[in-house]
Ligand binder design. Structure first.
Ligand SMILES: Cc1ncc(COP(=O)(O)O)c(C=O)c1O
Length: 340
């Protein structure tokens, strides 16, 4: 039996032999004492790439986001988020459970503009929650990997600041946003105070994320990371994989995007419900006209692994462990399962 084509996520990639060698050879120290040179090198590299002063290596994107949210807020505060935001839907309730935050969705789903944000700002009465943060996401996972248009993101951030809110950016796939938009990472990061980025998604590292932040916030972020159980010892072994990914894999994301567009076009031709022009990066969301569990079981039987994204909606994610042939094979396998 041939191995299934795994389109569930860009997190399913395996480290390459060269990445494994970089990990094995990493110079390490105890990062809880701040003595791991490879972690330091990664943090400096990421901060420089995003044009900010500092970064903190963390085990996961969820932890990076949650430290970011906590840095900006006090328990009881309101955070304005995109509708369908990862911080609201997919972090196991961390923001209300761990930081006592009330998350208010803005817009119709995914990226929005300043006019959608304006009516949500200015709640200042004593009986209302203090509004302290706008948290955006780029690319937007739930909206099918859409790039948040930079002018709109900057306008939303500026409007939030007029109301004394901080700005956090969930940039788990900021690399994809940069590849798709042709803008630099620093340009995309500029409107935000804190940005979380992930090395374990399209870049192919096995573990790891970073929270990019102002240097004077780093000590408090280290405290919060420890509180969440994220203080790691010889973490340079993991940071080496991330450094290797930044060095060698960033340039491959455009191929993932091209394959996602090919997949989207093929699915649309086969009769699935989607607009391929909305596939801007490596995520394809499509309607299957059937209950998810039933359709996903048939897709698995046909040799393709995918995930649900709302009722009757399926998510496919391209990644560096899939080539053009895998996309063509997935299309052949999924064509007979298209809605009639
Ligand atoms: C947009 C976004 N943010 C954050 C995360 C969380 O990353 P992790 O799974 O490393 O906690 C993910 C994970 O897929 C994501 O898609």
């Amino acid at each position: 039996m041939t191995a299934p084509i795994d389109l569930r996520s860009d997190t399913v990639t395996r480290p390459t032999p060269a990445m494994r060698r970089a990990m094995a050879e990493a110079e390490v120290g105890d990062d809880v004492y701040g003595e791991d040179p490879t972690v330091r090198a990664l943090e400096e590299r990421v901060a420089a790439l995003l044009g900010k002063d500092a970064a903190l290596f963390v085990p996961s994107g969820t932890q990076g986001n949650q430290i970011g949210l906590a840095l900006h807020t006090r328990p009881g505060d309101e955070v304005l988020v995109t509708r369908g935001a990862h911080v609201a839907l997919y972090e196991s309730g961390a923001a209300p459970a761990l930081s006592g935050l009330q998350l208010t969705p803005v817009g119709a789903g995914g990226p929005f503009d300043a006019e959608a944000l304006r009516p949500e700002l200015g709640r200042t009465a004593f009986y209302q929650a203090r509004q302290s943060l706008l948290a955006l996401e780029n690319t937007h996972n739930h909206a099918g990997g859409l790039v948040f248009p930079q002018e709109e993101l900057a306008a939303c951030a500026a409007l939030a600041r007029e109301h004394a809110l901080g700005v956090h950016l969930d940039g788990a796939r900021l690399w994809n946003a940069a590849a798709a938009s042709g803008r630099s990472l620093a340009e995309l990061a500029a409107p935000a105070d804190t940005i979380s980025v992930c090395f374990s998604k399209g870049l192919g590292a096995p573990v790891g994320s970073a929270l990019v932040l102002p240097a004077e916030w780093r000590d408090e972020a280290i405290r919060l990371r420890r509180r969440l159980g994220g203080a790691m010892r010889q973490a340079g072994i993991l940071a080496a994989a991330a450094l290797h990914a930044l060095e060698h894999h960033l340039g491959d994301l455009e191929a993932d995007h091209r394959r996602a567009r090919r997949l989207a076009e093929g699915l649309a031709e086969a009769g699935y419900d989607l607009d391929p022009t909305r596939t801007e990066t490596n995520i394809v969301v499509f309607g299957v006209g059937a209950p998810n569990a039933e359709w996903l079981a048939r897709a698995t039987e046909a040799g393709v692994l995918l995930g649900g994204m709302g009722p009757g909606r399926i998510r496919a994610v391209t990644h560096r462990d899939l080539d053009d042939d895998a996309i063509d094979a997935a299309l052949r396998a999924l064509a007979p399962l298209a809605p009639a």
